[in-house]
Design a protein around this ligand. Structure first.
Ligand code: HCA
Ligand code: CU
Length: 384
């Protein structure tokens, strides 16, 4: 059913895993995780998105200099500056992404399909001309019009991309829908297909396995299923299921699963219930700057089910992944209004403290107060 030769695993603990609310890994921790993943036998290790913060940039540089068997992949948006970072660091592979659903085109980029295609083509060609091995991800592929998705896949293939990836960004697919989608896309493309599943309804593992059954080459996993909101398919579930249920023979050292789990558990300090779909503490928490920005404008951008449906509340986390819009949004809610330049300075300070994983209103207020001599006077408005 699954051809053993074709199965590959990309581990995203160091990239998507750090998007878990409340999690930030130190450089030493990242190096230790990368080495263990390599000994375990994953094919690709996603090192991080260098543009996120200075510490992530430095970590990608340091991780790239390790001697590993796994292919090293930098992550970034489908834009020139992010590709330039990967080239400057010298990483061999890069995964770039662009949201292709109507929601993304309308609320995140405010572009037409034609303009989206132009941007995607420009980025892929630029990446390939720069000598990178390139994976292009259609973010929110599961909510993208199928004809447009095929058009994007063919465009990136013709522009030289080495791999095409489908992201079920809000975890809304079912195993049956995933199978249909993958069969269709595989039939339209020659380059290998990757699939990136989210676990919002608890179906990430089933969806990922279904994608492999349908002909996908590689799936993304993370240790302990870490990732934005409730994360990705756990490496332990995927590799053991492939081995035991599907009879896939790879040289994964399954005996290392407990030590990987333990190590990442200690480093992430994540309560094991926090990333449970729907009911977990993190189920409706958004962390990456791009996510928070988009959700503040249109929650559906990164939610397949609204928290209100289950009488819960949305939370937007402020930390090293935060962008300027997200910070402005939080400060607006606190009735604090800063100039654009001051916002940038406060953000720089936040990004320079990567260990501080979740800034509360109180800690933001005291940071701003401590910066009063360098930033233009903040305006504190009374609540109406
Ligand atoms: C994100 C979104 C992403 C991207 C996946 C990818 C998703 O950057 O947080 O680039 O392969 O789930 O769509 O993780
Ligand atoms: Cu993701």
């Amino acid at each position: 059913m699954i051809s053993p030769k074709q199965i590959e695993i990309l581990d995203s603990t160091l990239r998507e895993g750090e998007q878990t609310p409340g999690v930030s890994f130190s450089l030493d921790q990242k190096v230790a995780i990368a080495k263990k993943l390599d000994s375990f036998g994953v094919d690709f290790i996603e090192l991080g998105h260098p543009a996120v913060s200075p510490d992530v940039y430095e970590a990608v540089e340091a991780l790239n200099s390790l001697n590993l068997n796994a292919s090293k992949v930098a992550h970034g948006c489908a834009k020139i500056s992010d590709i330039d970072d990967a080239v400057a660091i010298g990483v061999p592979w890069m995964g770039i992404f662009f949201g292709t659903s109507s929601l993304s085109l309308k609320h995140k980029f405010t572009v037409t399909k034609k303009e989206a295609l132009r941007r995607i083509e420009t980025a892929v060609k630029y990446g390939k001309d720069s000598g990178l091995k390139l994976r292009f991800t259609a973010e929110d592929a599961s909510r993208t019009d199928i004809d447009f998705l095929i058009q994007v896949g063919q465009l990136v293939q013709n522009s030289g991309a080495d791999r095409f990836s489908l992201a079920d960004t809000v975890g809304c697919l079912t195993p049956t829908k995933m199978k249909e989608l993958v069969i269709r896309i595989v039939s339209e493309l020659d380059i290998p297909l990757h699939v990136h599943c989210h676990n919002d309804f608890g179906m990430a593992t089933a969806n990922a396995l279904s994608a492999l059954e349908a002909g996908a080459r590689c799936i993304d996993v993370s240790v302990n299923g870490l990732g934005e909101r409730v994360g990705l398919p756990p490496l332990a579930e995927i590799t053991t299921a492939l081995t035991k249920i599907y009879g896939v023979k790879r040289n994964w050292v399954l005996g290392m699963i407990p030590e990987l789990t333990e190590m990442v558990g200690v480093y992430s300090q994540l309560d094991s219930n926090a990333n449970k779909p729907i009911v977990g503490k993190n189920a409706f928490t958004h962390k990456a700057g791009l996510h928070v920005k988009a959700v503040a404008k249109e929650p559906q951008s990164y939610e397949a089910i609204s928290p209100e449906t289950v009488h819960r509340k949305r939370h937007l986390e402020i930390g090293k992944f935060t962008g300027k819009t997200a910070l402005k949004n939080r400060l607006d809610k606190m009735n604090i209004f800063l100039s654009d330049q001051s916002l940038s300075m406060v953000l720089e300070r936040i990004k320079s403290k990567p260990n501080k994983v979740s800034w509360t209103d109180e800690s933001l207020l005291s940071l701003i107060n401590s910066m009063k001599s360098v930033i233009s006077t903040p305006i504190f408005k009374e609540k109406p």
